[in-house]
Write a new protein. Structure first.
Length: 134
């Protein structure tokens, strides 16, 4: 069971989805219980990705982002961030993850995601999601 905050991009990482020889373009999920969204308490430390840049024509393709700690009091702990690249049809064409080192209060760090080969379709939008969100 996982809580999905409303209006949030949340990567759901799955080790194996049995598809035979098919390559998934989009995967759907069925909600077996009525949707309910708990009110999440704000964290004292907030990661905000900004200055995100897609380098899809580079070999290998990459994504750079700057992650900010909005807290003026608390440092962050090391965490993971997931980079998602979307094509013009809003399909995910690339997913990668990287380690985000601890960030000092009001500080920032640059992070990068790299893929091994070019994408089948050109990414036009990116999301960087610190994971887990809570």
């Amino acid at each position: 069971t996982i809580s999905l905050p409303p209006q949030t991009v949340l990567p759901i990482l799955s080790g194996v989805i049995p598809l035979g020889d098919s390559v998934p373009v989009r995967v759907g999920f069925t909600m077996e219980e009525p949707e309910s969204y708990p009110v999440m308490q704000p964290l004292p430390v907030v990661f905000i990705p900004r200055e995100t840049k897609i380098n899809a024509t580079d070999v290998p393709p990459s994504l750079q982002s700057k992650i900010f700690n909005t807290s003026t009091v608390y440092s962050t702990k090391q965490t993971t961030a997931v980079g998602l690249l979307f094509d013009e049809k809003n399909n995910v064409v690339g997913v990668s993850q990287t380690i985000v080192p601890p960030i000092a209060p009001s500080g920032s760090v640059d992070i990068s995601f790299v893929w091994r080969k070019a994408f089948a379709s050109t990414p036009v939008r990116a999301e960087v999601v610190p994971y887990p969100l809570w």
